[in-house]
Design a protein around this ligand. Sequence first.
Ligand code: ZN
Length: 317
Amino acid sequence: MNRLAVADAHVDVLYRMEREGCSFTDPASPLQASADKLQRGGVMAQVFALYVSPREPDVFQLETVLRQIDLFYEEIVQAGGVAPIRTLDEWIAARRSRNIAGVLSLEGGGCLRGQPELLRTLYRLGVRGIGLTWNHPNALADGCLESRGGGLTDAGWRVVREAHRLGMWIDIAHLADAGVRELLTHTNGPIMASHANARAIHGHPRNLPDDVIRELYARGGWMGLVFEASFVGDPANRTLDQLCRHLDHVLSLGGEDHVGFGSDFDGTTHPVAGLATAEDYASFTERLVQRYGRPLAEKLCFRNFESFLYRTLPRHA
Ligand SMILES: [Zn+2]
């Protein structure tokens, strides 16, 4: 039987390349989602996050993002095997050539410092998604760990309007609940959660409540379950079985066409046992076939994310 193709909506490979000097292509690379490991795991589409540590002063954040974009083109794309995806035409070409489709997405809009014109420049460099915040507040909105729990600022709304005008998706993975609900109520553009689990199964602020998940599905959005153990369950319960309980739950809310995965490889502190690197997708996808049957497993592993891209990306440049 053919191995399943995988689409993964979140890794922090570029952060580790930029921060630690990790090689993407070295077979001995410590990266959890290195070229070899993606290959062996059957990953055919990978969203590469542009993440800047909140400890970095605001004024230097854009520089860090630009360095990571440069690493994407100079080291990942140049090495061959990963094709940059900015349009559906490029997606289709990557599928035909069996290249891994590589998409850039900004994780936290702090680097924009409230200026939508900077987002336009990032779009021209190939960035196709934006999460407004990481865990903390910035000029655009409150993150999910800010106890104030605020929504979007005026600058945040300007950035969201510009993102949707350009055809970028908004990623709600790290956003505070108030901002998530504002976006779902007041916008029509594409929204997804690149790496989050179900709060009904594990009550963590990084996980999504049921009403938000239902809204996301209803508007043609997408959510990727995350393998970071602390978002999966309590310390005694951070297993693959528990991750499957999240999957069962989000499917029970009507997620058959809207759910997939965003591993958080190279961004996790504690991965779930059995999902330590991208290579482990090979055994994980087999398990999904056994549990859900091949047609649904194919949707979860790849096709739902592909459909979301078809609803989001521009056809041509
Ligand atoms: Zn994250």
